[in-house]
Design a protein around this ligand. Structure first.
Ligand SMILES: *Cc1c(COP(=O)(O)O)cnc(C)c1O
Length: 431
């Protein structure tokens, strides 16, 4: 495969951009090799600067649930472009998308639009702190909530360990207010609460985590968190930046029937434009300025072009709930196909699957939290990644990511993915 243009661009990019990329995982450091520079995308395919086609299994890390360059979203954006790109004043589309979000995610009674998932989670914990008058938050080890200071804390192993900053630049003052717990473990939460009685403002988690590879909540876990938060007056925040509008029209909370107090959204909500949102109970959201004292603002928040793309995307998903059955079928075929091929070849690796998300872990242990995810052979994953890429399949360049499927994956493409998987598995296990 000729990737000379990507190589040239990457070398040049590193002179002007830290590491040559605008977001770290794009640099392929976890899997070796050099990133592809993408020229365009359409349906199930990405095309690099040398015009090599790749079948997409990340879809811009989630947003492109209908495949790339969907004509309906493209048209909505072009239409909006004729009217101007930013006004810095309220628009009808913002009201329309807010109403639609509250319909699709009923626990969100009021919603504020922002420009990224990071902004959504940062703002949500500020509001939860303002609302409860408490400072500490509980975060799950291995869960990702964007790059806000309070969330860049994942080190420490015991359930009562105080957070240590994960990145230079995050102060220990900030880190001490973030308490860490392992996912899928209610007793660890109870213990944190015993040691920090009446000091905890919020518990934030990915209800179905994708950022340590896809992991599934154990039966009763999310319900248990809900009960604990009710009992202790802790604001329960579901970070559905990844799962929102993906696992169901109403996200993981609809799928599991557990209602959080606040929800953060992103990715799909912008139809590929930079959008995030946070929302929840009226009485909490009314703490947000200008109706309440908690300040949060944005020059480009609710941007008309971004709202047009988001409205087209959410409107479609709202009107076509059958999409989720289709996505689930695609996810079943790929994940079951992978399991079957692995077993035929004699490898009993763990495959976690839910709807249009899945992860193949190079471990035979069940993966239920960050500890178990780390039993994966990441070097082997790196080889698998390269073997798949070589066969024209574009995976997330890290073991600790979920894959995101789109409706653009036809039967024929699924067969090609599975064939590439078989060949790659054989190749990487040869000594
Ligand atoms: C991607 C992601 C974020 C951060 O969103 P950005 O738009 O990248 O800032 C936050 N939470 C979760 C669960 C995510 O998957």
């Amino acid at each position: 495969m000729n990737i000379s243009e990507s190589k040239r661009l990457f070398a040049h990019a590193q002179k002007f951009i830290p590491g040559g990329v605008n977001s770290p995982v794009r640099a392929f450091r976890a899997v070796g090799g050099e990133p592809l520079f993408i020229k365009r995308a359409d349906g199930a395919f990405l095309f690099d600067e040398n015009d090599n086609p790749f079948i997409e299994l990340i879809n811009s890390w989630g947003p492109m649930i209908l495949g790339h360059n969907h004509p309906m979203i493209r048209e909505a954006v072009i239409q909006a472009m004729h009217e101007g790109t930013s006004f810095g004043a309220p628009t009808a589309r913002e009201v329309e998308i807010a109403e639609l979000i509250t319909q699709m995610v009923p626990s969100v009674e009021k919603v504020r639009m922002v420009n990224s998932g990071t902004e959504a989670t940062m703002s949500a914990i500020r509001v939860a702190r303002g609302y409860t008058g408490k400072d500490k938050i509980i975060k799950m080890i291995g869960h990702y909530h964007g790059h806000g200071d309070s969330f860049l804390i994942a080190a420490g192993s015991g359930a009562v360990t105080m957070g240590q900053p994960d990145s230079p630049g995050v102060t220990s003052g900030t880190a001490k207010d973030t308490l860490l717990a392992p996912y899928n473990n209610l007793e660890a939460i109870e213990e944190l609460i015993r040691f920090n009685k009446d000091e905890i403002a919020a518990l934030i988690l990915e209800p179905v985590p994708g950022n340590m590879g896809l992991t599934i909540p154990m039966p009763g876990y999310l319900e248990g968190l809900r009960e604990i938060c009710n009992r202790e007056g802790i604001v329960l925040i579901f970070d559905e930046v990844m799962t929102g509008f993906r696992l169901a029209p109403g996200g993981a909370q609809e799928l599991y029937g557990v209602t959080p107090d606040m929800t953060t959204l992103g990715k799909i909500i912008g139809g590929g434009m930079p959008v995030g949102a946070y929302g929840g109970k009226k009485e909490i959201m009314d703490f947000v300025s200008p109706s309440g004292p908690v300040y949060q603002a944005g020059t480009l928040s609710g941007n008309p072009i971004a709202m047009a793309a988001g409205l087209a995307m959410l409107g479609y998903l709202h009107d076509h709930p059958e999409t989720y059955g289709v996505l689930n079928q695609i996810g079943m075929k790929i994940s079951e196909g992978i399991k079957k091929i692995n077993l035929e070849l004699g490898y009993d690796y763990t495959v976690n699957h839910l709807g249009s998300m899945y992860s193949l872990f190079f471990t035979t242990d069940p993966v239920i939290d960050f500890e178990s995810a780390k039993t994966s052979d990441t070097a082997l994953f790196g080889k698998y990644f390269q073997a798949m890429l070589h066969r024209g399949i574009y995976l997330a360049p890290s073991q600790f990511e979920s894959l995101f499927l789109s409706t653009a994956l036809t039967e024929e493409l699924i067969d090609r993915i599975l064939e590439a998987h078989r060949e790659s598995m054989i190749e990487i296990h040869k000594i």
